[in-house]
Design a protein around this ligand. Sequence first.
Ligand SMILES: O=C1C[C@@](O)(C(=O)O)C[C@@H](O)[C@@H]1O
Length: 257
Amino acid sequence: MSKSVKVRDVFIGEGLPKICVSLIGRTSLELREEAALLKELPIDIIEWRGDYFSEVDEIGSVIDALHVIRNTIGNIPLLFTFRTADEGGERQIEKEAYFLLNKRVVETGLVDLLDMELFTDEEAMKEVIKLAHGQQIKVVLSNHDFEITPSKEEILSRLQKAQQLGADIPKIAVMPQSVKDVLTLLDATATMKEIAADLPIVTMAMGGKGAVSRMAGEIFGSAITFAAAKKASAPGQIPIEELRNILNILHKSLSHS
Ligand SMILES: O=C1C[C@@](O)(C(=O)O)C[C@@H](O)[C@@H]1O
């Protein structure tokens, strides 16, 4: 039985995969409007994609925007992510600025989860993880491959590396070039679930071919699925209401088996 991760009232890794939707506003005003919209939808977690924010270089503006988001979304768990251009994000950032931003966000205590990219400076990353854990913030260590799907062994080794570095939730997103690649991702997910049974993991194959991986997490072992509100934050995301229905259908089938 795998251990779940509790953020506010949400148990990640138990029951249905949790639906996460990204805030991708460029200004504080846009973020407020988006957050108000998301609050009314059947979602479990909100991700703020800080790399979309036009004032992300100004720590003060980031903190102000965080207050706006937190005040708007109430008790919904908030994940902060700065996705670098190297891994499919909106902009590039110096390593030092990346860690400083993540540290400052953690220090506010306004977020519940923090995403950091796996392939970066490990010492600096460990320091932020320690800081986050001191604030009861859970850490997602992620990796994105927008070109290909690595081998099963490589996917497993990346997820395990995330686990060894102290992730509460290891995550990987890959791009399938074929249907077999989707199977590779699902196979790696199911295997990781068996060998790392005490941690929830998050996996997805992006693009149209990979969409099934965003629906079938409860079967194969992925604990969070990212859905699209008005605009997707990655290729292949499914609209929230449709995804919710599919998750419910698969959940029912599993409880009958
Ligand atoms: O890492 C992820 C997953 C994602 O890339 C996806 O494929 O749904 C979407 C991103 O916003 C998020 O940070």
